[in-house]
Design a protein around this ligand. Structure first.
Ligand SMILES: Cc1cc2nc3c(=O)[nH]c(=O)nc-3n(C[C@H](O)[C@H](O)[C@H](O)COP(=O)(O)OP(=O)(O)OC[C@H]3O[C@@H](n4cnc5c(N)ncnc54)[C@H](O)[C@@H]3O)c2cc1C
Length: 473
C-alpha cells in the first residue's frame, strides 16, 4: 500500500525588507518654494507598502503609539483596498490623522517597534496614515460621528493646539457644550504658527479645525485668557470645567554677550512671521522678514530644522546649523535632518556660540564659537557637551535664529494664584491631567514643556475622559 502523503507546509511569506519610497520635490526646486516637500503615496504605492506588513501577533507597533492606534488593522484594511474601513479604524483613536501622518516622530515610536525594523526597513506607518487621511479629504466629505445627547454641561478649552483640539472634539462627541478660546487670529497652535507649510500644509490643519467645529465646538479667536478674561472668571461664569492647553510658546535664549543685537531672532518670532503671518508672500501679505545672506540657526531640534529650511526658502545664500552635541544626539526627526542636508544646509556639530559681534550699527556681523566634546551622560541620558579650552573661533554671519527650546507662557499662572506650577513654569497635573485647582485640567506642552503633537493629543484624550467622568458623576 502506498504511504499517505505528508501534509505540505505552507510556504513562508518572503519578507520584503525595503519600504516604498515617498516621492519628494527635488531639492534644487523645493529650495525656492514653500510647497509641501513630501508628495504622498499613490494608490499603488500605498497598497504595495501595506502588503509588506506581516501582521505579527504581538503588535509591537501599536504599543509604540502614544494614542494606541490599531495599526495592524488599518494597514490590513489598506492592503484589502478598503479605505473607508482603514479610516474608521484610524479615527477610533485619532481625530488628526492627516497631521500625525506628516509630523509624528514615527521612527522613535510605532516604526521603531515594527518587527521588520530588526532586519530591514519598518513599515512606513506614518506615510500610510497620511495616505488614508488624504484619501478622505479628496472625497470632499468628512464623516461626522454620532454625537451623544446633550449633558447640559459647559466646558471651556483654552488653546487650540493639538491638545485643545483633541479635548474639544472628545468632549463635544460626548454631548458637552464646548467653547474653545484661542489667543491668535487662527486656530491650530504650533501647527499653524510654527510648523512650515512645506511640512504641514495649512489647509490640512484648517480641515481638522473645521471638523472640530462641525462637532459643535464654538471657536473664540483673538481671546487671550489672562487678559480678556481670567481663568477664575471662566470658572465663576457658565463653565463647569476648564482645560488648559496653552502650550509652551515662550522662547529660551543663550544668555551670551551680544544676543540683543539686531537681526538676532528667536525661532518663535522667525517662524511666526514666516508661517502664520506669511512673510514668504510679502508684500501680498503685510508682514516683512528682514534676513541677510549668511544665516546661523542655533539648536538641533525640529524647530531649528524648520527655521533653517525656511531661511533657505526665503533666499539665504548660506544656512549654518550650530549644535552643541553630535548628530546622534539631535532631537530633530531623522527625516527632517535628511531633508535639510539635501537642501544644502551646513551642520556644525559639537559647537556652541559664546558671543555675538556687532558691525558698528548694532547689527550682528559675526559670532564667536567654541568647540565641544562629549562627556558623561546627563539627566536626559544624552552625553553632556564639554567645552574644549582654547578652541574659540569667529564665523561671519548676518542673521541668527536662536532655537533652544521653549517654556510655557506665565500669563495664566500669574493671573491664577492657586494654580500650582513647577520651577520650570510648567503646570503641575496628575496622570489624568488634573491640576491643583478645582475643575481645571491641563495637558500638552503646558504640562510637559515642548514635546510632540501626538503626546499633546494623548494627554488631551486622557484629560477629556477624566473631565467627562467628573461632569457626569
Ligand atoms: C517649529 C516647531 C516644529 C515642531 N515640529 C514637530 C514635529 O515635527 N513633530 C511633532 O510631533 N512635534 C513637533 N513640534 C512640537 C509640537 O508642535 C508641540 O509639542 C505641540 O503643538 C503641543 O501642542 P499643545 O496643544 O500643547 O500646544 P500648542 O500647539 O502650542 O498650542 C497652544 C495654543 O494655545 C494658545 N494660547 C496660548 N496662551 C493662550 C492664552 N492665554 N489664551 C488663549 N490661547 C492661548 C496659543 O496661541 C496656541 O495656539 C514642533 C514645534 C515647533 C515650535
Amino acid at each position: 500500500m502506498a504511504e499517505p502523503e505528508k501534509p505540505k507546509k505552507k510556504p513562508k511569506k518572503k519578507l520584503d525588507l525595503n519600504r516604498v519610497k515617498m516621492p519628494k520635490q527635488e531639492p534644487a526646486i523645493r529650495r525656492r518654494n514653500f510647497n509641501e516637500v513630501a508628495l504622498g503615496y499613490t494608490h499603488e504605492m500605498a497598497l504595495k507598502e501595506a502588503s509588506r506588513c506581516i501582521q505579527c501577533k504581538k503588535r509591537p507597533c501599536q504599543a509604540g503609539c502614544p494614542v494606541n492606534i490599531d495599526i495592524p488593522e488599518f494597514v490590513e484594511a489598506i492592503k484589502e483596498d478598503n479605505l473607508p474601513k482603514a479610516l474608521e479604524i484610524l479615527k477610533r483613536k485619532t481625530s488628526l490623522p492627516g497631521i500625525c501622518g506628516r509630523v509624528c516622530p514615527q521612527e522613535t515610536q510605532c516604526e521603531m517597534k515594527c518587527t521588520l525594523n530588526q532586519k530591514g526597513a519598518p513599515i512606513a506607518i506614518g506615510r500610510l496614515e497620511r495616505y488614508v487621511a488624504d484619501w478622505e479629504r479628496a472625497q470632499g466629505e468628512v464623516k461626522i460621528p454620532e454625537i451623544a445627547p446633550s449633558t447640559g454641561k459647559n466646558v471651556a478649552v483654552v488653546g487650540s493646539g493639538p491638545a485643545g483640539l483633541t479635548v474639544a472634539s472628545e468632549l463635544a462627541k460626548l454631548g458637552h457644550k464646548v467653547d474653545l478660546f484661542e489667543a491668535l487670529h487662527v486656530a491650530g497652535g504650533v501647527l499653524v504658527y510654527g510648523i512650515p507649510e512645506f511640512r504641514l500644509p495649512k489647509d490640512i490643519v484648517q480641515g481638522e479645525v473645521d471638523y472640530v467645529q462641525k462637532l459643535g465646538v464654538e471657536l473664540h479667536l483673538d481671546t487671550v485668557i489672562g487678559i480678556n478674561m481670567t481663568l477664575d472668571e471662566l470658572l465663576n461664569g457658565k463653565y463647569d470645567a476648564v482645560f488648559l492647553g496653552t502650550g509652551a510658546g515662550l522662547p529660551r535664549f543663550l544668555g551670551v554677550p551680544g544676543e540683543n543685537l539686531n537681526m538676532i531672532y528667536s525661532a518663535n518670532e522667525f517662524l511666526t512671521r514666516t508661517n502664520l503671518m506669511k512673510a514668504y508672500l510679502y508684500p501680498e501679505y503685510a508682514t516683512p522678514l528682514k534676513m541677510g545672506r549668511r544665516v546661523a540657526v542655533i539648536g538641533g531640534g525640529n524647530v531649528a530644522m524648520d527655521a533653517a529650511r525656511c531661511a533657505v526658502r526665503l533666499g539665504a545664500e548660506e544656512v549654518h546649523v550650530i549644535y552643541r552635541r553630535s548628530r546622534e544626539e539631535m532631537p530633530a526627526r531623522a527625516e527632517e535632518v535628511e531633508n535639510a542636508e539635501e537642501e544644502e544646509i551646513q551642520f556644525h556639530f559639537l559647537t556652541t556660540p559664546i558671543g555675538f559681534l556687532a558691525d558698528g550699527r548694532n547689527n550682528v556681523c559675526a559670532m564667536e564659537l567654541l568647540k565641544m566634546q562629549l562627556g558623561e551622560p546627563d539627566e536626559s541620558g544624552r552625553r553632556r557637551p564639554v567645552p574644549i579650552e582654547g578652541s574659540e573661533y569667529i564665523m561671519d554671519i548676518d542673521t541668527v535664529v536662536v532655537s533652544l527650546g521653549t517654556s510655557p507662557n506665565p500669563l495664566i499662572p500669574n493671573t491664577t494664584p492657586d494654580l500650582e506650577v513647577t520651577r520650570w513654569g510648567t503646570v503641575v497635573a496628575d496622570e489624568k491631567g488634573k491640576t491643583s485647582k478645582a475643575r481645571v485640567w491641563a495637558g500638552g506642552d503646558i504640562v510637559t514643556g515642548g514635546a510632540t503633537v501626538i503626546s499633546a493629543m494623548g494627554a488631551g484624550k486622557i484629560a477629556a475622559q477624566a473631565m467627562h467622568e467628573y461632569l457626569t458623576s
